[in-house]
Design a binder for this molecule. Structure first.
Ligand code: CTP
Length: 415
């Protein structure tokens, strides 16, 4: 099979031209270039391009190749020497990984692999699934020729996720999340043995070998999928969620709510925050907090997730507005409530959210300066008076600045 045409017409032209340039330069340095991994899979599936290409080279070190290109294109160059991988990045989000063909061994489950230079076959054999273990020959002579020693094409046609060996999920338990993500994204099923291996690795508590950061990275990748709930449903079916946190729940309602936020316009970080909040909204505050801790989210994302959860709990328990410690709203918070309200039809939640939006918009007419002019000495009483005014105004008991002044004069003593 030759994929020269899809390569030319499915890839954005900037990627295509740069891949041509990399390949020609590599050949002039006696390296053999290949396109590998997800980009090959997506070309065959005619799936949308994902802004990220991996190229593998055989024939020696690729340091000079990467340095030359980075200089010529004026791209940022990251060198992961430990993995003989170079990443070239442009300011416009162009992302190209250049990798020396290698084999991998794992010293213990969940550890990062030790690598050794290898040929193309060993580089394909170290990969996660057959559908991700195909390459395109990018030499001038064989431009676009598919190399598929492990049956990836057949599995793509049969919509099947299949590992390359029985220890794959034990060596690298992040592949459990990857299997769920691809099965969810493409509507594929796991091949029978592969599903047994997944369940066995989960049963042997392999996910627990991963750091919170590595699990979070996988969860984040799932949450920015167009339809994340399918992948999470697989994880739930395999009993993998318990390994993240014993109390984390999953239900068809959460799935529906999460999917209702589907929009390509949501930025990654927002999609992660909105969807994670929707996922955790049915849990107790305590569970939600310990899930966020386990996954070690950054402070910013954590705050964005926590705000709607805090409000949700406050509304469910009818906390008084003035006791809710939120002074400004993240845009994600509205998205979470819109989704919760449209799917769950929870009257407490929607009433609470409406009231809270009104509460946030209410500001007393009087300011601290006005209180000073009225003869009140600055101090903690200002805060008390202004809060009282806000509450009265929110309840409709005060409608003008004069009303507010009257209320203050009648109820507080000047000193
Ligand atoms: N890979 C692997 N095991 C992992 C991670 C990655 O074998 N735990 C290999 C796979 O061959 C994969 C390639 O490295 O195709 C690139 O990984 P990544 O960029 O994460 O995935 P893509 O296949 O590009 O898929 P996508 O970005 O669409 O998820």
């Amino acid at each position: 099979m030759n994929l020269a045409l899809p390569l030319e017409f499915q890839l954005p032209s900037e990627y295509y031209q740069r891949i041509q340039e990399v390949s020609a330069l590599a050949e002039s340095m006696n390296l053999t270039p290949y396109l590998v991994g997800g980009a090959v899979r997506d070309l065959i599936l005619r799936a949308p391009f994902r802004n990220d290409c991996d190229m593998t080279f055989t024939g020696g070190s690729i340091s000079r190749l990467a340095e030359t290109l980075a200089k010529k294109w004026n791209f940022k160059h990251l060198n992961y020497a430990q993995f003989e991988t170079h990443t070239l990045l442009s300011s416009e989000d162009f992302h190209l990984d250049l990798i020396t063909a290698r084999s991998e061994t794992y010293s213990k489950p969940g550890a990062l692999p030790k690598i050794a230079r290898g040929d193309l076959n060993s580089d394909l054999e170290r990969r996660d699934f057959t559908v991700n273990a195909m390459a395109l020959d990018l030499t001038r002579k064989n431009w676009g020729k598919l190399i598929d020693p492990l049956g990836g094409l057949q599995d793509l046609k049969q919509k099947t996720i299949r590992v390359l060996h029985r220890k794959s999920f034990v060596d690298d338990p992040t592949r459990i999340f990857r299997a769920a993500r691809y099965a969810g994204r493409f509507g594929f099923k796991l091949e029978l043995q592969t599903e047994k291996f997944v369940r066995s690795a989960i049963g042997k508590k392999m996910i627990q070998q991963l750091s919170g950061d590595r699990i979070r990275t996988e969860i984040e990748k799932i949450l920015i999928e167009e339809n994340p709930s399918k992948a999470v449903s697989f994880l739930s079916k395999w009993n993998a969620l318990r390994a993240i946190h014993p109390q984390i729940g999953w239900s068809s309602t959460i799935a529906k709510t999460m999917n209702s936020t589907r929009t390509s316009k949501i930025q990654n970080i927002s999609a992660i925050a909105v969807r994670m909040a929707l996922w955790l909204a049915q849990n107790s505050g305590f569970t939600a907090e310990s899930v966020l801790e386990r996954l070690n989210f950054t402070k910013d994302v954590r705050d964005r997730i926590a705000q709607p959860l805090l409000l949700h709990i406050a509304f469910q328990n009818s906390y008084p507005m003035e006791s809710i410690p939120v002074s400004s709203l993240y845009p994600e918070t509205s998205r979470v409530f819109e989704a919760l309200i449209s799917v769950n039809k929870s009257s407490k939640g929607s009433r609470g959210w409406k009231s809270f939006q009104k509460w946030m918009s209410v500001k007393p007419e009087l300011s601290g300066r006005d209180l000073q002019k009225m003869g009140f000495k600055p101090g903690p009483v200002y805060k008390e008076i202004l809060m009282k005014l806000r509450l009265k105004k929110y309840r409709g008991a005060l409608s003008s600045k004069e009303d507010e002044m009257r209320f203050v004069i009648d109820n507080y003593r000047r000193n």
